[in-house]
Every structure is written in C-alpha cells, then in structure tokens.
Design a protein around this ligand. Structure first.
Ligand SMILES: Cc1cc2nc3c(=O)[nH]c(=O)nc-3n(C[C@H](O)[C@H](O)[C@H](O)COP(=O)(O)OP(=O)(O)OC[C@H]3O[C@@H](n4cnc5c(N)ncnc54)[C@H](O)[C@@H]3O)c2cc1C
Length: 499
C-alpha cells in the first residue's frame, strides 16, 4: 500500500465499484436498487472513460424466442424492416452449445449455465434501468429474397453502440444516486484480516486516499493494454498486437487482487483478437471510429499473407464464431499483416460501417497483379493461390445468409461462401492483429460473483465481474458474449455486495 494513504478511511460507502465500464455499471445499478450507497472509481478522466465497453458495437448475446420476443425490447418496435425480417429463436441451450463448441469445452460449466440462463432476464432488467435496444441489421443480417435474415444467434444491440451504452449507463447511475469519480486509479485493497474493507485510490493530481467499503466489486477489465503482461501470459510477439479498445486496461487490479489471495482462473494464455485495420493506432482505439476499424466481412472473400498464401478457412462458420480467433492467425504471418481480398461480385456484401469507413488501409485495382503490387503482396504467389482457389469451388448456390456448403476444396479449405475472385475491380484491405481483451482472470463463485481464494473460499467483501474474471472463454468466443457476461455477473456482484 502507498505509504501516504491514511490508515483510517476518509469516506465510506456500502459498495465501491472499481472500473467504469459495462460490468461496473451493471454492479452499481444492482447495488443501488437495494439501497446501498455506491461509489464508482474509474481510472480514466471523463473524456477517456467507459473502458472497452465504449468501443464496442454494443452487441449483446442473449437467449430469446425469436423476433416477437425481441420486438418488445426495441426502441422502435414499428421499424418497417421488422415485417420483412427472419430472426429465429435462440435458446439458452443454443447459447450454451455455442459456448462449449467455440471454446473447445474449456469454458467453466457453472459460469456458462448462469450466463445463458440469466441472459434474457438481465437484458430486461437493464431495460428497466434505462438502456435502449435496436436490432443489429447492419452487422448481423444478409438480404435473402427481400428479407433480412439474422445469422449467428446474435441480434440485439444497445442503441448508439458502445458510445450509447456507456452514456445510458452513466445517466442511469447518476439518476439513481450512484457517485462516479473519474481520474481515480485504484492502487491497492485494504483488508481487516481476510475481509476486504476498502480501496486505496490515487487521483490524477497524485493524491492518495483510503476509501472504506462494506464490499468492493472489481470490474477493471483484462490486461490486454499492458505490453508486459501480454508478453508474459500470451507469449512472444503479442507485444506487437494493436490495442482495439481502452489503453487503460493494464491489469494492475487483477494482479493486486491475486496479491491479496484471490485465485486465478481460466485460460491466461489466449485472448480475443480480430482482424483490424493495419493502419490503426497501436496503443489504444480511436474514440471517434471505435469499432469501425474492425474488418469482419472476410467470410465472403479470401485472406492472404504477403506471400499471397491463404492460411485460414474464411468460411469455417458464421463470422461470430471465427472472428475472435483469427487475429492471432494474422499475428503469426510474415510482418504480422494480412490482406482481405474481394471482387466486384462480393464487394457489395461488405459491411458498410467498416469497409466504407475512412480512413481505411486498402487498395482497389483492375487486375490482381496490380492490386498485389499496391498492397505489397507477392504477385506470383497470389496468382497461384487465386487460380487454385477459383478452380476448386463446388457445392450449392452462394448464399451468405445460411451455411451454403459452397466450398473451395483447397488447403486450407474454404467451407462455405466460396466465390471465385474473378470480376474486376478487385479490392484488398490490409489487416493486423487487434487484441480485444484477455481471457484469463479471477475465479468467482458464479452464484454470487464472490472472488474465491486458492482454497475455493470466498474472500469476504470482494466480488468481481466483466473481463477481470476468468473461466468463460478460451481460444475463441461467441460474438456478443462479453457484454452480456459483464452484465449478468455484474448484476449478481452488485446485488450480493449490497448485502
Ligand atoms: C472494439 C471493441 C468492440 C467490441 N465489441 C463488443 C460487442 O459488440 N459485444 C460484446 O459483447 N463485447 C464486445 N467487445 C468486448 C467488450 O468490450 C468487453 O467484453 C466488455 O466491454 C468488458 O466490460 P468490462 O466492464 O469488464 O471492462 P471495460 O469496459 O474495459 O471497463 C474496465 C474499466 O476499468 C478501468 N480500470 C482499469 N484499471 C483501473 C484501476 N486501477 N482503477 C480504476 N479503474 C480501472 C478502465 O479504465 C475501464 O474503464 C468489444 C471490445 C472492443 C475493444
């Protein structure tokens, strides 16, 4: 503990929440509705606050009964597109099966059950707090015979994406009487025996203060923004990944909790990482463009490295189930860079928010040779790859709204949505590995979100939620699960912490 932090707390709250993202606010709302006095301590100044939650697309995965079920949640239930929308039900068991499948069964089963079973009710609860929802037409549909078809089990998003989400959470917190302190970095926990009784916080002017708490909820994110911790836990080369979100999730709260006896849990050696504009700022996201720097329409194209070689099955599954593991595949390529290629046939299918966004690191050309030259790809390698790819396509009709079985039978294969790259002009977008968040974290009791020690015993007065918690994800992740996980366990943490 810093030497100048007073022994006695200067002030005391029933619940102190560390962090100011989606998990933190979910905990704060739950504690406040039980009458607790609540203080949120956020390291960033107000203009840089909101954590990774601010940078998100605001996509929340939940179990639901289909379009009619979700319609009641929407800010605009009369959107004319709704009558031409196919949005199948997605059950809690579907959600659990997706978690098991994409993590290779390395997900904590008890945490997963709580996550999927609480997901729908948590969204309704957030709605009651003032959060607003829309359907993710731009990201999660393809048009099929005049109908909007949702794919990948993900449909609901916060109005205004991550920026809207953080603004709505902040408004809700303030309206309910939660206090928020910005520029407040938690540097230690205070304990009485094994029980956590407060935190030590350093303000932006350097003042160090001891704040007492009936209970503390840790929601300070993962360690993806620390080069040191990335290299230590994810391995050599990860220091070169581009940070997609906040530069402030540097893992110190995670380390200090472990230093106070909290147990680690989950997969510390893998993370969520995606194909991200190669020209994006390296040490933290762009607060204006936020998630627009992502490049996620690769399932309708091909991805090659500098040598012109393909290295992943772009059509292995719907984007939602592959995108979070393909960043690391890009990191492994020469120079840590790759190129997504499309032609005049597939270009209109790309997500406009991402590929019509400016600036963008990409080129357009009338021949593949010219495109290769402009992007720095070996033209002979590319020409061989494309000839082999184009010549190997067979199967059903191309339809990006379903798993169409139209495959390129090459190595690696492209299992769905194979379309010959042959109609000029050709388009190429340079991507690097963008790290989103880390999967390793603290061990919690899924029922109470209490932080557990090495013997599996709750540390009195200590709870955690969001990406600071480990156990749910490993190697890969079903899109839209991070925000809902933060809300489900944040709500439980806040409720139990309030006593
Ligand atoms: C570009 C991008 C897009 C994404 N899109 C989606 C999506 O659409 N859907 C989805 O489910 N997930 C998405 N994610 C993942 C999602 O951001 C996370 O799952 C979620 O936001 C984590 O919430 P959190 O509250 O745990 O952490 P955060 O929102 O990161 O909040 C952690 C907070 O803790 C603060 N903090 C850190 N250290 C300290 C300290 N010492 N003292 C005080 N405060 C501290 C940080 O400043 C930060 O504000 C995306 C992530 C990124 C980067």
């Amino acid at each position: 503990m810093p030497a100048n932090a007073a022994e006695n707390p200067s002030v005391r709250y029933d619940v102190v929440v560390v962090g100011g993202g989606n998990a933190a606010f979910s905990a704060a709302h739950a504690a406040r509705e039980r009458g607790a006095s609540v203080l949120v301590l956020e390291k960033g100044e107000e203009k840089e606050a909101g954590g990774n939650s601010y940078y998100t697309a605001g996509a929340f995965r939940l179990a639901h009964g289909g379009l009619d079920d979700l319609r009641s949640l929407l800010q605009d239930p009369d959107d004319p597109r709704l009558d031409r929308t196919r949005l199948p039900a997605y059950t809690a068991d579907d959600f659990a099966a997706d978690m098991d499948r994409v993590t290779g069964g390395n997900n904590d089963p008890r945490m997963t059950r709580v996550l999927v079973d609480d997901s729908a009710d948590t969204i309704r609860w957030l709605t009651s707090k003032g959060l607003r929802w829309e359907l993710l037409y731009q990201r999660q549909t393809y048009l099929d015979e005049g109908e909007w078809v949702f794919f990948g089990g993900l449909a609901l998003g916060s109005e205004g994406g991550g920026k809207g989400l953080v603004a709505q959470h902040t408004d809700a917190a303030r309206a309910s009487g939660t206090e928020i302190r910005y520029g407040a970095e938690v540097v230690d926990l205070r304990r009485d025996g094994s029980a956590v009784t407060g935190v030590v916080v350093r303000d932006s002017d350097g003042t160090v203060e001891h704040i007492g708490a009936g209970a503390v909820v840790l929601a300070a994110g993962g360690f993806e923004s620390s080069e040191r911790m990335r290299r230590l836990h994810l391995g050599e080369g990860w220091e070169r990944a581009i940070v997609r979100g906040t530069p402030l999730n540097t893992g110190e709260v995670l380390e200090l909790a472990i230093g106070h006896g909290a147990a680690a849990h989950g997969d510390w050696s893998s993370c969520h990482s995606v194909q991200w504009d190669a020209g994006a700022p390296a040490r933290g996201g762009d607060r204006e463009l936020t998630n627009q720097l992502t490049r996620q329409s690769y399932p309708v194209g091909i991805v090659v490295n500098r040598e012109g070689a393909r290295f992943v099955d772009e059509g292995a599954d719907f984007r939602n189930f592959t995108y979070a593991k393909y960043g690391r595949e890009v990191l492994r390529q020469p120079g840590g860079v790759a190129f997504q290629l499309f032609d005049a046939t597939t270009r209109p299918l790309l997500r406009t928010l991402e590929y019509d966004s400016t600036p963008i690191t990409g080129e357009q050309a009338d021949t593949l040779d010219e495109l290769a030259e402009r992007l720095g790809i070996d033209p002979d390698g590319l020409s061989r790859t494309v000839a082999e790819f184009n010549g190997s396509i067979s199967g059903g009709d191309f339809n990006p709204a379903v798993k169409d079985g139209r495959a390129a039978r090459v190595v690696p294969p492209k299992s769905h949505w194979a379309s010959a790259l042959e109609q000029p002009p050709f388009y190429g977008y340079a991507v690097a590995c963008g790290i989103t968040f880390t999967f390793g974290g603290l061990r919690i009791d899924p029922a109470t979100a209490a932080v557990l020690d090495g013997d599996g015993v709750p540390v009195p007065g200590l709870h955690a939620a969001g990406e600071i918690v480990g156990g749910l994800f490993s190697g890969n992740y079903p899109g839209g699960s991070g925000l809902i996980a933060g809300s489900v366990f944040g709500r439980r943490a806040g409720a139990v912490a309030a006593g």
